[in-house]
Design a protein around this ligand. Structure first.
Ligand code: NAD
Ligand code: AHE
Ligand code: ZN
Length: 376
């Protein structure tokens, strides 16, 4: 069939909207009509050329929602008409990682996914002249139709609006999951969130749900103060407007008469900046502070700190997709949204058509959007 897509033709170039060929689903695969997709900073990261796994031409996008149109041989868990959210972290429930019970990082199809290919080593997309187009994160939601492995689809409540729940395909789940699944924040905790964008605001709402007491937000953009406050932030720091280091500032803010050491119980990097990641670790409490890396850093970037920071009990960890097991957890998160337990609507700041998709990247660069969503 033919479908319309925004194709990443080369690093650093605007996406090109065009008709592309799409082959039907093979065994174990599913054809999905994408109804809406968010634009995540990770799409920008890959388009910019900073992603070591970036491959061109490709169809980016990994934060979508849509409807099953056709299933390939042997597919049993979804059927035409089902509403689904594509999963860049699939859940096969049979690989060593899934069965370990210790991680959400299913490894069944990770190798081919990172090469922009379906599990059989081929691509379903091509240009009208036959040039192959690569898949992205196993999802390619910047196409009106896409093909995914069955294990990379979460079947969700058909009443849920596509233009909102697409955000659960990445940002919402990553932010809330980082708090609940990865950090396992407890009631009364003191926490810091670096970077109050599409991910950071969801970390804030996760902290609010978990019952954290002091929730400090850090961003270079003062507009994010008001945004943070809407999602539970209690204190705001703009690092460009303070004297001294942001880590020391946070340590001082968290001291009490009883605890003169100070430091956050938990911190989260949602910037992808390795210097910020260091501050995020070093602002946590001696003996027990946990810092979670969410941000994705460019090729070649490395993190550093004095090993003493770890010797003295701080824990540095990371999270992908908020530690969520997609087929199991994503339908529940959609239900949380439908039941009013989590907020999404106000974070969708812009709605675009596919033809306007590059505007979504401009809004992100200008710090004007939280999430821009493309509706097909
Ligand atoms: P975004 O562009 O919406 O937000 C980033 C925010 O960070 C902005 O508000 C910006 O002003 C702020 N910021 C930038 N540099 C800063 C600095 N030095 N100090 C303080 N604040 C700073 O991006 P997003 O969609 O929220 O994504 C955030 C990061 O999370 C990206 O690196 C993205 O690739 C990554 N990400 C990771 C996962 C995962 O599973 N680990 C999932 C989604 C996104
Ligand atoms: N391809 C990059 C890494 C990109 C990355 O870290 N991706 C996150 C999801 S970001 C979603 O917005 C992730 O899930 N990683 C786990 C995985 O298996 O890809 C690189 O550096 O090579
Ligand atoms: Zn993302």
């Amino acid at each position: 069939m033919r479908t319309r897509a925004a194709v990443a033709v080369a690093p650093g170039k605007p996406l090109e909207i065009m008709e592309v060929n799409l082959d039907g689903p093979k065994a174990g695969e599913v054809l999905v009509e994408i109804k809406a997709t968010g634009i995540c900073h990770t799409d920008e990261f890959t388009l910019s050329g900073a992603d070591p796994e970036g491959i061109f031409p490709s169809i980016l996008g990994h934060e979508g929602a849509g409807v099953v149109i056709e299933v390939g041989e042997g597919v049993t868990s979804v059927k035409p008409g089902d509403h689904v959210i594509p999963l860049y972290t699939p859940e096969c429930r049979e690989c060593a990682s899934c069965l370990s019970g210790k991680t959400n990082l299913c490894t069944k199809i990770r190798a081919t996914q990172g090469q922009g290919l379906m599990p059989d080593g081929t691509t379903r997309f091509s240009m009208l002249d036959g040039t192959p187009i690569y898949h992205y994160m196993g999802c390619s939601t910047f196409a009106n139709h896409t093909v995914l492995p069955e294990i990379a689809l979460a079947k969700v409540n058909p009443e849920a609006p596509f233009d909102k729940i697409c955000y659960i395909g990445c940002g919402v789940t990553t932010g809330i999951g980082a708090v609940i699944n990865t950090a396992k924040v407890e009631i009364g905790a003191k926490a810091v969130v670096f970077g109050l964008g599409g991910i950071g605001l969801n970390v804030l709402q996760g902290l609010r749900m978990a019952g954290a007491d002091m929730i400090i937000g850090v961003d270079l953009n003062d507009d994010k103060k008001e945004w943070g406050e809407r999602f539970g932030m209690t204190h705001f720091i703009n690092p460009s407007k303070i004297e001294g280091s942001v880590a020391q500032k946070i340590i001082d803010m968290t001291k009490t008469d009883f605890d003169q050491i100070g430091g956050a119980d938990y911190s989260f990097d949602c910037t992808g900046n390795v210097k910020v990641m260091r501050d995020a670790l070093e602002c946590t409490h001696r003996g027990w502070g946990v810092s979670v890396v969410i941000g994705v850093a460019p090729a070649g970037a490395e993190i550093s700190t004095r090993p003493f920071q770890l010797v003295t009990g701080r824990i540095w960890k990371g999270t992908a997709f908020g530690g969520a097991r997609g087929r199991t957890d994503v339908p529940k998160i959609v239900d949380w949204y439908m039941d009013g337990k989590i907020e999404i609507d106000s974070m969708i700041t812009h709605k675009l058509t596919l033809d306007e998709i590059n505007k979504g990247f401009d809004l992100m660069h200008e710090g004007k959007s939280i999430r821009a969503v493309v509706e097909y």
